[in-house]
Design a protein around this ligand. Structure first.
Ligand code: ANZ
Ligand code: ZN
Length: 816
């Protein structure tokens, strides 16, 4: 039939593409095409694609297809972030092992992705729950252990009871678990960490290289890493040989210290509590809040005196030591010198508990009522003995030097970033490749015993991980001394898997190494990464870190591949409905499957790309979907005029060719400048209108018309590939639209219709305008007024004379 039958057409073309293997990335060294790596964030196999996925993957597909048409050898892979809690929770609910649930979901979602006609190189598909994948992360971890970059330590950590696991700092959002929204509690546990802080400086300075990232994301990472410079100061303790060390960014205020404050977890507080039940109760209360700073900022500030005095390093004065709930154990040294005169928090605390306030910094001009409020700016030193009169910046140096000379302190750089807590007390994750031996301690599993395979047939119950009761897994022998030993029963945080998948795609079946150095050279780094902004800190920070770890493990040449994994980043906006985020919990989801069944994949694709710029929110509406469907039918009807015999005259061929090539220029520009697909599609809609109103009658007219419809089919291919192929075939195009070369702009078609005029006002050049070649005075004047730079010379003026020199000049004479 001659109707547009989406379902039939889409099935047919998908088969043809598969046969022709047009989506495969070529590793052939003889392939001379330039490479391009386009990556979308891989999905968690929850069971069903949601509209956020659809949007993400349609954006990526448009990029990948466009680049192929521009002659690039494109890598566009997909896979599954397959470990994690939802699988375990589903397993508990349905009494089936999580592996079964996971692989079943993968099959279902793979079919959904294929139905959308996304041009993935399926031969590179990976699932992170497969031992062939996670063995390399285990391997890298043992290398990190050798280098001291992975270590086990007792630490105060965030614990989520319902999830029965610890959480990384990044996974605590406003004091609650990122997964289940339950308030987290602090616990002291022995956990595995990776020393991301050793890379803090590089992670920070390399942000400057990320010119292809949204500034907002770069800013969020910069804040998260949080570099501060200051000093570490050692206070003595009365009747003790021990010291109390603090970190401060304001050593210039040292002479204003009136008390000290330590965190609840600080050894000094813990020790004092052994003989003080009220204090012990207070410390217990403090442990019930998360260690996240944002929460600490907003809660009520409370404290208690420890009954211990510290000794001021310069004056020797005694200052009382308090415990305060706003001092974090995990930052600096877990202790602060309190200067109520110059810090708001210390000021409020001093007021509340009647502690002295001692001003040592004065404003450069004017007075300050120190009892009313802290003076937190820099200024000049007063009441500071030998340092009196110095401005703050000089005093910082002078006091730090004095401390260094007297061995009571040193300059110090401090990062907000904490080491990455990677162990989880959960079952459905990659086993941590460690064996605990009574004699040898924590021993890394040797290479030849990797992977440590997770038993996949266990049944989780919601309490402790079933690994803890799996004797076959648990009992083993020590790789070092051979005596009976036990495996580590924690598994890795799933962010471990998602941190390096982008590099694995370059050699996904590699059984010899984590990645192949040559493949990395060919493909990495990712040219364009596309995904949600919610990963701005977590995933995107860990992936940057992992890339550097892999480089330093000698897996690829950092000089050639670079030190950053993602050259350009596009963070897509959310999909909304009725103005709020589309989500299951709100019950306002739109099922992509239903749209595809009713309208076809191309309509769904077109709508998601047309309705909003990629980085903006996309508001779902049914009228928009119907509009997209109507547009495709309208393009389809262009076929009717192809061979229609007509005895009338041609339409304006020049005008049509102008419109065709202006559209090519516009659409190409939209692709090259930040993927403004909505702009590109709007231009294609305009071209469709021009073609509809054109009458092809004679040879020249028919040729121009065909040129236009072919260009349209070609440029539609990245967005609606099935439709474009069908249209192309019916037009008799030589190749499938999706493998046709991207159309080139015929500059002569543009020149013919447009000329540039210099605009003079009172004899002075004030700008230039572009007008149709045959434009008269009125058209030229309208263009001049529409140009902001020129219009401001005409504003409020009366035009007394206009002289148009065709092809050259528009001369305007005005008076006030
Ligand atoms: C004395 C002082 C005087 C401070 C003053 C500030 C102003 P940033 O910039 O975020 O690094 N601090 C240090 N360790 C802390 C911890 N574990 N928990 C809570 N607060 C801590 O902040 C560094 C400042 O935060 C340090 O400088 C310290 O207070 C406090 F007029 O020392 B300051
Ligand atoms: Zn041993």
């Amino acid at each position: 039939s001659d109707r547009y039958e989406a379902q039939e057409i889409e099935a047919r073309w998908q088969k043809q593409w598969e046969v022709a293997a047009i989506d495969a990335a070529s590793d052939d060294p003889a392939d001379s095409r330039e490479t391009y790596y386009c990556l979308v964030m891989f999905p968690y196999p929850s069971g069903n694609l949601h509209m956020g996925h659809v949007r993400n993957y349609c954006l990526g597909d448009a990029v990948a297809r466009y680049k192929r048409m521009r002659g690039f050898n494109v890598l566009h892979p997909i896979g599954w972030d397959a470990f994690g809690l939802p699988a375990e929770n589903a397993a508990i609910k349905h009494h089936r092992p999580p592996a079964e649930w996971t692989y079943g979901n993968i099959d279902q979602m793979r079919a959904q992705l294929k139905r959308l006609g996304l041009s993935y190189d399926w031969s590179r598909e990976i699932a992170t729950c497969r031992p062939e994948y996670y063995r390399w992360e285990q391997w890298l971890f043992t290398r990190l252990m050798e280098k001291g970059l992975a270590y086990q330590q007792n630490a105060e950590v965030n614990w989520c009871d319902p999830c029965h696991t610890v959480l990384a700092n990044e996974q605590v959002v406003d004091g609650v678990c990122w997964r289940c929204d339950t308030p987290v509690v602090r616990k002291n546990l022995k956990q595995w960490f990776i020393r991301i802080t050793a890379y803090a400086e590089e992670l920070l300075s390399d942000l400057d290289k990320l010119t292809g990232w949204p500034e907002k994301v770069v800013g969020m990472q910069r804040n998260w890493i949080g570099r501060s410079t200051g000093a570490e100061v050692s206070f003595g303790l009365e009747n003790s040989d021990a010291t109390l060390d603090i970190f401060t960014t304001r050593p210039d205020t040292l002479m204003g210290v009136t008390y000290m404050a330590v965190a609840a977890g600080h050894p000094l507080a813990q020790q004092a509590a052994t003989s003080n039940p009220a204090l012990a109760a207070f410390l217990d209360e403090c442990s019930r809040i998360s260690t996240k700073e944002a929460d600490v900022e907003t809660m009520e500030k409370k404290g208690m005196a420890l009954g211990v005095n510290a000794i001021h390093p310069i004056t020797g004065a005694l200052v009382p030591v308090w415990v305060a709930n706003f001092v974090l154990m995990g930052y600096g040294t877990g202790a602060v010198m309190s200067v109520p005169a110059h810090d708001e928090r210390d000021h409020a605390f001093a007021k509340k508990y009647g502690l002295p306030i001692r001003q040592v910094i004065a404003p450069h001009a004017g007075d300050w009522d120190i009892d009313a409020a802290a003076f937190t700016e820099v200024g000049k030193l007063i009441d500071s003995g030998a340092f009196d009169g110095l401005p703050s910046d000089e005093a910082k140096v002078a006091i730090t030097n004095w401390l260094a000379e007297n061995e009571k302190g040193a300059e110090r750089v401090q990062y907000r970033l904490r080491d990455w807590l990677v162990s989880r007390q959960r079952y459905w994750g990659a086993p941590i490749p460690v064996i605990h031996c009574h004699d040898c301690g924590a021993v890394a599993v040797p290479d030849e015993q990797l992977p440590v395979v997770l038993p996949t047939d266990l049944q989780p119950t919601g309490g402790a991980s079933p690994l803890t009761e799996c004797d076959a897994f648990r009992h083993t022998s020590c790789p070092r001394c051979g005596k009976p030993a036990e495996r580590e029963l924690d598994t890795f945080d799933t962010f471990m898997e998602s941190s390096w998948y982008m590099n694995r795609y370059t050699s996904p079946r590699n059984g010899e190494a984590m990645v192949d150095a040559d493949a990395m050279k060919r493909w990495a780094p990712v040219d364009q990464y596309i995904g949600g902004v919610e990963h701005a800190v977590l995933h995107l920070l860990y992936a940057r870190f992992y890339h550097k770890l892999m480089r330093d493990a000698g897996l690829f040449d950092g000089e050639v591949v670079g030190s950053e994994p993602f050259r350009n980043l596009l963070t897509q906006g959310m999909v909304l409905k009725d103005g709020t985020k589309m989500s299951k919990s709100k019950g306002n989801t739109v099922d992509p499957k239903a749209i595809i069944e009713e309208f076809g994949a191309d309509t769904a694709r077109l709508f998601t790309l047309f309705a909003a710029p990629p980085e903006k929110e996309l508001e779902w509406n049914d009228a928009g979907v119907e509009g997209a469907s109507r547009f495709l039918k309208r393009v389809w009807r262009l076929l009717e005029k192809l061979d229609a015999a007509s005895d009338t005259a041609d339409g304006d061929v020049k005008a049509l060719r102008f419109s065709i090539h202006a559209t090519i220029r516009k659409v190409t520009h939209a692709f090259e400048q930040g993927f403004a697909f909505n702009v590109a599609i709007a231009a294609l809609m305009e071209l469709t209108n021009s073609l509809h109103s054109f009458n092809p009658a004679c040879e020249a007219g028919k040729a121009a018309y065909r040129e236009g419809v072919e260009a349209l089919a070609t440029m539609l291919a990245p967005f609606v590939p099935h439709f474009a192929c069908e249209l192309g075939e019916r037009l008799g195009m030589a190749k499938m639209a999706v493998v046709t070369d991207w159309p080139a702009v015929d500059e002569s078609a543009l020149e013919q219709n447009e000329i540039m005029l210099v605009v003079q006002i009172q004899g002075k050049k004030r700008g230039e305008i572009t007008v149709p070649k045959d434009a008269g005075q009125d058209v030229a004047m309208a263009a001049a007024r529409a140009d902001a730079a020129i219009a401001r010379w005409l504003d409020g003026m009366q035009v007394v004379k206009v002289i148009l020199v065709p092809g050259r000049l528009l001369n305007i004479v005005v008076k006030p």
